[in-house]
Design a protein around this ligand. Sequence first.
Ligand code: ZN
Length: 208
Amino acid sequence: MNIHQIFENNKKWVHEKLNRDPSYFENLSKGQDPDILYIGCSDSRVTAEELMGVQPGDVFVHRNIANMVPNTDLNVLSVIDFAVLHLKVNHIVVCGHYYCGGVKAAMQSRDLGILNSWLRNIRDVYRLHKDELNHITDEEQRYKRFVELNVQEQCINVIKTADVQRAYLERKIKVHGWVFDIHSGKLIDLQIDFRKVMENVMEIYRFR
Ligand SMILES: [Zn+2]
């Protein structure tokens, strides 16, 4: 990838958009009204908009290593706050992906410096589901299941926030757990029993 090529690509893209709709950028500059907040992994192979087939303006996006929602991360908590309170999204998606480097790193016991504290949040997921994960003898299957369970736990972390609980009571906001399978290109809905999780979480983490 030649870095200068990006500006050529951009010119072409602007041209194509204007060809189809001369007021495309004028409309885009008026503001955003997305209905979905997408929290995904920073992995360069896992694009947000492209794999969902959506356009600029459709989805509010946050990405970090291994699509995490740590309870103390001001970045992701601010994104959730803004999306729920100000953009009034009705759906929050946590999307993980198989063959995630962050999840793989958390499965190993190497010292990775500053990454250690981030990976500790993923290792906490392993600890919570140790019995199930240790029973999977095939390492690739265990790795894939760990990715799925991490998505599930991050959905729970989303639900734990006061903003989401209020939005659930007010307008029935929904949280979805998805996994992108890099090997097939398919997006998989983990069909997390959202209402059941919501009730369990609210029993302990309720804010009112
Ligand atoms: Zn990843």
